[in-house]
Design a protein around this ligand. Structure first.
Ligand code: DGT
Ligand code: CA
Ligand code: CA
Length: 571
């Protein structure tokens, strides 16, 4: 029976016509015929042979001819032509949850999106929410669908966890029976991907808190509801656990449920060495079981002779040893950030004008903002020719005359070409206030070649910053297999700042590499890689990653004032 085969082609034709924006009744005719043939209780081949196609409901002369062609040749020329007219990737987009032909067509027509990859990127950049018929929720659900499809094994990126987590936590705080509460787990440690959310609350009336918890509007399934622990699934599939404890245990529970597991294992064995027992209820004397402390998290650390350890450091990377010797770093804080140097404007593939970006940067209290558009050969990303650069430079000068309290810096994100040379000649590079360099093409080259490509890129005397140094895209593209120590040494030698790219699917350098850079006394810079002003809040994720990499204020270029910054950039 070829019925299913024929129906599938008709459905696909309907989808393609919808994407093309054909009139409604035309696409509907294909769907009705497809539905009828799909459930027809006789073989479509017999119907064709006996010339009875037009007796099928919804099948007219034209459609009958097409069905005949499919049945007799196994193909349809009209279908093949249609497929050639419409980018292939669009049909794959249709498989994502929440995306029908109309939405796919809108994505294609207004944003030029033809692949799942490009769609994911646009979601993260917040470009969908303003389209007709879309919104932040659609955007989030599509992104979530893509992430699941890409088998990130159910983990979500930090920005998705932030939206879900903060909203849910605000809701929990509204319950009158809740005293203290916090998001614990990997969320509190600001890990780059989050497996599930862990909310902790203290209350004298846990039943009420649990009732409130499971009534959250975005809950799609209650997995478990108990007196001290409940778990639910949100509509986007993320799991949320809630634990309710008594006041005197809140600090110990916060310590325990913040993790990491590895950090906790070390904490417990340290407690035992000191004659205590540590668990989620508190710190107890080992012999007498007497409660020592547990109401406040800080007190748990100090009772064990440790300085307070910030959650971002709790990965068992030497933080407990450092805390016992008073040698913990004073971590950089979001408030220390004075500007963002990695922003794309409409001059390349960003969606906002330089002036809009500058106004937005003022709202963050920044002292400077760097516009770093792509360089000339990156045609797909609207790379700037030398002529356009002159126009852009003049525009920035004009804006700077108007604005007070903030300076717009004229920069570029210049491609490091395959041969390791930069995508503008030195005479052009000399004109910029700062130069970011980075790899954007030919990712699949051999790792040794990639390493020398990057090293020769940063050797250029005008290169200030290496963007997203390892090129990874979380869940989508592996980091280059380059020797990161070599890279950091080269950065030191060439006086290059290594970027901690704040985009949620990059976070590159990661915490381990950032820590290594610090140990080797190489400074970093935190940049958002914004493609719309909505992305500028991602600075927080970059700061979190820097903190996870033990970085202090003085380690980060964009915590310095404009004068020092210019000096450090050699301008
Ligand atoms: P995730 O959810 O995979 O992103 O990572 P976490 O760290 O949030 O892990 P999760 O949700 O399984 O547990 C939350 C915290 O609870 C974890 O960071 C430490 C603590 N915890 C959970 N299970 C254990 C355990 O078996 N031993 C110890 N020491 N701590 C645990
Ligand atoms: Ca968790
Ligand atoms: Ca959990």
């Amino acid at each position: 029976m070829k019925n299913k085969f024929v129906a599938d082609i008709l459905y696909q034709i309907a989808d393609l016509l919808d994407i093309k924006g054909e009139i409604f009744f035309k696409t509907r005719a294909y769907r009705i015929a497809a539905q009828t043939i799909e459930v027809l209780d006789e073989d479509i081949e017999t119907v064709v042979k006996e010339g009875r196609l037009e007796s099928i409901q919804g099948v007219g002369e034209a459609l009958a001819k097409k069905i005949k062609e499919i049945v007799e040749t196994g193909n349809l020329e009209y279908f093949e032509r249609l497929k050639k007219e419409i980018p292939e990737g669009l049909l794959e987009l249709l498989e994502l949850p929440g995306l029908g032909p109309k939405k796919v067509a809108a994505l294609y027509k207004s944003l030029g999106i033809t692949t799942v990859d490009a769609l994911g990127k646009a979601c993260i950049q917040g470009k969908l929410r303003d389209l007709d018929g879309f919104g932040e929720i659609t955007e989030r659900n599509i992104l979530r669908g893509i992430q699941l499809k890409e088998k990130t094994s159910g983990r979500v990126l930090l920005n998705v966890a932030y939206q879900d987590g903060n909203k849910y936590h605000d809701y929990i705080k509204k319950c009158r029976e809740v005293e203290d509460s916090a998001l614990a787990g990997s969320f509190r440690r600001k890990k780059e991907t989050i497996g599930d959310l862990d909310i902790l609350a203290s209350s004298e009336n846990p039943d009420e808190v649990m009732n409130h918890f499971v009534k959250y509007p975005d809950v799609s399934r209650i997995l478990m509801k108990g007196p001290t622990k409940s778990s639910v699934l949100l509509s986007d599939g993320l799991q949320v656990d809630l634990r309710v404890v008594k006041k005197e245990s809140y600090g110990a529970a916060l310590q325990y449920f913040t993790g990491s597991k590895e950090h906790n294992v070390k904490m417990r064995s340290l407690a035992i060495k000191k004659g205590y027992r540590l668990n989620e209820y508190g710190l107890f004397e080992k012999d007498t079981e007497k409660y020592v402390t547990g109401r406040v998290e800080k007190d748990v650390y100090s009772a064990l002779g440790l300085d307070y350890i910030e959650p971002e450091l709790r990965e068992n990377m030497g933080e407990i040893e450092a805390a016992s010797e008073g040698k913990l770093p004073r971590l950089v804080d979001y408030k220390d950030i004075l500007g963002d140097l990695h922003i794309h404007s409409i001059y390349s593939d960003g969606s906002d004008s330089i002036e809009t970006i500058a106004n937005h940067a003022q709202k963050f209290g920044y002292k400077y903002v760097g516009i770093a558009d792509h360089s000339q050969s990156l045609k797909i990303a609207g790379g700037l020719s030398e002529e356009t650069l002159i126009k852009k430079q003049k525009e920035i000068q004009q804006i700077n005359k108007k604005l007070e309290g903030i300076t717009v810096l004229f920069g570029t994100e210049c491609d490091i070409k395959k041969d390791g040379t930069l995508d503008y000649p030195n005479s052009v590079l000399a004109e910029f206030d700062f130069v970011i360099v980075g790899v954007h093409t030919a990712f699949k080259m051999d790792s040794k070649q990639m390493e020398s490509r990057i090293l020769s890129g940063i050797e250029n005397e005008y290169a200030n910053i290496l963007a997203h140094p390892t090129g990874r895209l979380i869940g989508r593209r592996e980091a280059f297999k380059i020797d990161i120590e070599n890279l950091i040494d080269a950065a030191k030698k060439t006086n290059t700042f290594l970027e901690i790219n704040s985009f949620p699917d990059r976070l590159d350098l990661n915490n381990v590499h950032a820590k290594l850079a610090k140990e080797k006394k190489v400074k970093c810079v935190i940049g958002t890689d914004s493609h719309s002003v909505a992305n500028m809040t991602y600075m927080e994720f970059g700061v979190a990653t820097a903190r996870r990499g033990w970085q202090e204020k003085s380690d980060i270029l964009n915590t310095y004032g404009l004068k020092d910054l210019k000096k450090m950039l050699g301008r």
